[in-house]
Write a protein that binds this ligand. Structure first.
Ligand SMILES: O=C(O)[C@H](O)[C@@H](O)[C@H](O)[C@H](O)COP(=O)(O)O
Length: 240
């Protein structure tokens, strides 16, 4: 595990964009395509915007990139809270990514059906190859949740399913999320976060006693892959 701390958000976002470029080029060279799991929430927006900029957009063969989601809010795909909509507006539309390269968590189905349909889609994508995403971008909630692995939820104990749906009382919403066993299979996982508001959660997850029920991001421990944390100084203030 490595922790990268940046003076400002610009250099943090540039470094995370460089990571996406490097992983994309390596994966495409190695197996002809790149599977990228996007994070929800607000923090990834600037990364997406930088990747579509003139400085970066020509560094990746976008026709060989396949996009997945770490989690989704159970809202229509055109709803302002939709993680898909955010990625569509900040990444897919600017890069003109065809729909067949984007694996959406389908919220027109029931939460359970959507979760199992997504698990099937992931398994079909990997076929006989191991279900190991090339790069997973994760965020961190102020309560130390990541994806939709929220404190005190039963999904934290999940060992079999790759994708689960759950109701989150705190946000009064159903969510669909990749599970920790699937996330931890990945070749590369990167947390991307910034702002002083994240500092207590960062401290608890990285320096606190192990308590997965309370700090779900502690669950993220890749089996054979690489784990990196990208944060700014305000978010890292309690671990420096
Ligand atoms: O759908 C979501 O909300 C996310 O996947 C969630 O895990 C997010 O990454 C954190 O809540 C951080 O969100 P911010 O980046 O907005 O602080």
């Amino acid at each position: 595990m490595s922790i990268h701390i940046f003076k400002d958000v610009d250099s943090l976002v540039a470094a995370s964009a460089d990571l996406v470029v490097t992983r994309a080029q390596e994966s495409i060279a190695k197996h002809g395509r790149f599977s990228l799991v996007l994070s929800g929430g607000s923090s990834p927006k600037r990364l997406h915007e930088l990747l579509t900029s003139d400085d970066y957009r020509n560094k990746i063969e976008w026709s060989k990139v396949f996009f997945f989601f770490g989690d989704e809010r159970y809202v229509p795909a055109d709803h302002p809270d939709s993680n898909y909509l955010m990625a569509k507006q900040t990444l897919f539309d600017p890069l003109k990514i065809p729909a067949n390269q984007v694996f959406i968590m389908d919220t027109t189905l029931s939460p359970e059906a959507s979760a199992s349909a997504y698990e099937t889609a992931i398994k079909e994508y990997f076929g006989t190859a191991p279900v190991k995403f090339d790069l997973i971008i994760l965020g961190l909630g102020d309560d130390a949740h990541t994806a939709s692995l929220f404190p005190g939820t039963s999904v934290l104990q999940e060992q079999q399913a790759l994708v689960k749906s759950l109701y989150i009382e705190k946000v009064k919403m159903n969510r669909i999320t990749l599970t920790a066993p699937l996330i931890n299979q990945a070749h590369h996982i990167a947390f991307l976060l910034f702002g002083a508001g994240k500092a207590p959660a960062v401290e608890q997850v990285l320096k606190g006693a192990v308590n997965i029920t309370q700090y779900p991001a502690q669950l993220i421990k890749p089996i054979a892959g690489k784990l990196e944390w990208y944060m700014d100084e305000p978010a890292a203030k309690n671990i420096q």
